[in-house]
Design a protein around this ligand. Structure first.
Ligand SMILES: NC(=O)c1ccc[n+]([C@@H]2O[C@H](COP(=O)([O-])OP(=O)(O)OC[C@H]3O[C@@H](n4cnc5c(N)ncnc54)[C@H](OP(=O)(O)O)[C@@H]3O)[C@@H](O)[C@H]2O)c1
Length: 296
């Protein structure tokens, strides 16, 4: 297949390229923000028309959840209008579209895993802007997959796993939020799932995260245990004691009902995925664990 990837410089974009290259079956056209800015309508149309992809995986997004609260216009421009541009270009060329969305479209008030039928109700600008992106996709395209995912980590960029390991190098005690629950997800597993999904015509919304779920505190505990840093003490705090500019859903563990119903292979359980990520080796890994490679 001829595949176009937006946001190829990001965590997921990086692993999409890795998975599609490993498969050796596809022509990959991967664009970083510098190569294709999704807010530039003309550039999006021109590029998509030139590539004529069978599938577009739209992984580009404004992902700075806290900053989005004060940079609302930028978040909507990228996540909502940028997605509209990509969706319309997909329609024009007949490409299937995979739009990556988020657990932050939910308010987190439920106490059982969220499935695809649950009512969305975002509580942050980021969540709103991503949900608008979903609406544009649904209004414009017929051949779409909306893939909601959560708590991503991978080899590229900064994320919770690399940050916890880096903090553990510097401190004996870490303060960790204990009342936020979600499904940590390794971008490689997500990219593999997307690889399986695009082979089908089972369009619609999917909750695609590593299976099961945990609190931020439990996630950190497991990172430290597997990372050989169990001696670092974790101090549980509530979200109220640890205020952030953007509200996060208290609970957003996923139920992968649509994956099961479609007969697709689910993602591995989150502990197994974390173990794979922490025990595999790649160039630059050690440097990242020591420095957190942190932007956020
Ligand atoms: N990270 C998570 O925990 C999480 C959770 C749920 C859902 N998601 C969704 O999953 C997808 C992938 O996330 P990720 O973690 O891979 O994010 P990421 O590492 O921040 O990657 C996003 C990429 O999009 C690029 N980008 C930003 N604005 C752009 C624009 N106007 N045009 C083109 N590219 C642009 C960014 O480039 P710059 O770095 O140069 O800005 C970055 O390379 C996103 O749709 C995100 O909303 C993420």
């Amino acid at each position: 297949m001829n595949i176009l990837i937006t946001g190829a410089g990001g965590q997921l974009g990086h692993d999409l390229v890795r998975v599609f290259s490993e498969q050796g079956l596809h022509r990959i056209n991967a664009f970083t923000r510098q190569e294709l800015d999704v807010t530039e309508e003309e550039a999006v149309f021109r590029t998509v028309a030139a590539v004529r992809p069978d599938v577009i995986v739209h992984a580009a997004a404004y992902t700075q959840v806290n900053l989005a609260e004060t940079r609302m216009e930028e978040a909507y421009k990228v996540n909502s209008l940028g997605t509209r541009n990509v969706a319309l270009a997909a329609v024009q060329t007949g490409a299937k579209l995979v739009y990556i969305s988020t657990d932050y479209v939910f308010d987190g008030t439920k106490r059982t895993p969220y499935n695809e039928q649950d009512r969305t109700n975002p509580i942050s600008i980021y969540g709103h802007s991503k949900l608008h992106g979903e609406k544009f996709v649904q209004l414009s395209c017929e051949k779409y997959f909306i893939v909601r995912t959560s708590w991503l980590y991978g080899r590229q960029g900064s994320n919770f796993v690399t940050k916890v390991l880096s903090w553990a190098e510097q401190k004996n005690e870490l303060t960790m939020v204990s009342d936020q629950y979600g499904s940590p997800t390794y971008t490689y597993d997500l990219a593999q799932f997307i690889g399986r999904l695009i082979e089908t015509n089972r369009y619609g919304i999917y909750h695609a995260a590593n299976r099961g779920g945990c609190s931020r505190l439990e996630f950190a505990q497991e990172i430290l245990r597997l990372g050989g840093k169990s001696e670092v003490k974790l101090l549980p705090v509530s979200s109220e004691q640890f205020p952030a500019p953007a509200r996060r859903p208290e609970y957003s563990i996923f139920d992968d009902m649509a994956i099961r119903a479609s007969g697709l292979k689910p993602l591995p359980y989150w502990r197994e995925a974390l173990q794979t990520f922490l025990f595999e080796d790649w160039p630059g890994k050690q440097d990242k664990e020591e420095n957190g490679n942190g932007q956020n």
